[in-house]
Design a protein around this ligand. Sequence first.
Ligand SMILES: [Zn+2]
Ligand SMILES: [Zn+2]
Ligand SMILES: [Zn+2]
Ligand SMILES: [Zn+2]
Ligand SMILES: [Zn+2]
Ligand SMILES: [Zn+2]
Ligand SMILES: [Zn+2]
Length: 338
Amino acid sequence: MAYSEEQGGVPCGFIRQNSGNSISLDFEPNTEYWFVEQLEERYKCAFCRSVLHNPHQTGCGHRFCQHCILSLRELNAVPLCPVDKEVIRSQEVFKDNCCKREVLNLYVYCKNAPGCNAKIILGRYQDHLQQCLFQAVQCSNENCQEQVLRKDLKEHLSAHCRFREEKCLYCKKDVVVINLQYHEENLCPEYPVSCPNKCSQIIPRTEVDEHLAVCPEAEQDCPFKHYGCTVKDKRGILQEHEHSALRDHMLLVLEKNFQLEEQISDLYKSLEQKESKIQQLAETVKKFEKEFKQFAQLFGKNGSFLSNIQVRNGLFTHSQDLAFNWQSRFFLQLLKWR
Ligand SMILES: [Zn+2]
Ligand SMILES: [Zn+2]
Ligand SMILES: [Zn+2]
Ligand SMILES: [Zn+2]
Ligand SMILES: [Zn+2]
Ligand SMILES: [Zn+2]
Ligand SMILES: [Zn+2]
C-alpha cells in the first residue's frame, strides 16, 4: 500500500506536544475513553466513529484510523468513503500527523474516576495507568491471584495477603500465612502440645520425650524388676509402691544376694581345683624337663649309647624318632590335665 507521505492542506490546531515527544505518545485503540471536553467530530474516525488512532486522511477530506482504512481496503476491491461514497485512492491517502498530535493531546479522565481524579492527555493515558493508585494490580506474591488497588498493595502484602510471610508465634521462623496452621499443628518444634499420657501438662513439641521420662502418668516397671518384682504402674503410683513394698523388695534383694553368694562359693571351689591341677601340671613339666636334660647329656656324650638302645629295643631307627617319642608323651600328659 503506497500512502503519500506528503502533508495535505488540513488546518493544524494548537500544537501542545512537540513532534519529538509525540513519537513516544500513544494510546490503546478499541477502548472507551472519557474525554474532558466532548470529542469533536473531526477527531472521530469516519469508519469506526471512535477517536482517531494513527489518523489518515483521504482525497475526499475524511479521516480514518490507520487500521480502519486498512480493513476498508481488505474488505472491498474498490474501497468507498462511508460518508460520501467517494472512491478511496491509495495515492491520495496520507498520514495526518498534525491531527495525530492534536488527538494525543486531548484530555481524558482516568478510568478509575472518581477514586482517581487525574486528567491526562490521551497519549500519556497508559503511562498514567502504570502509576495510577486506583488501578487494580495483581498481588506481587507469586501464588496470590488477588487483584488489589495499587494504593492498597502495600497493606495487602503486609496484612491481608494469604501468601505473605509471618513469624510463627512459637518458633519465630518466617512461615507463609496459608501454611501457618499446618506448620503449628504438625511441624513447629516449639508448638505447645498436651502430654500424650494426659497428665494435664502442656509442653513444647520437641520436649515431649524429655517430659515422658518424668511424666507421672507414664507407666513403668518397678525399679526392683531385676530382683523379681513384677509390678508395673504409673510413675506416681509406683513411688507409693516403692514405699509400701520396702520389706518385699528387701527380701527379694536378700534372696538374690544369697544366690550370688552361692555362685561365688561355687566359683571359688572350682578355682581351687583348677589351681591344684595347675600345680600338678607344673610338677610334671619339671619332671619331664629333668628327664630330657638327662637324655640330652647321654646322647651328647656317647653316640654308641643310642645305637645300643636301638638294637636292644628294636623300637627306634634313629635319634630323631627317639626325641619325637619323648615329646609325644609330654603333650599327651598335658592334654590329660586340661
Ligand atoms: Zn476508525
Ligand atoms: Zn469522504
Ligand atoms: Zn488514575
Ligand atoms: Zn496477595
Ligand atoms: Zn513455629
Ligand atoms: Zn505427662
Ligand atoms: Zn516393686
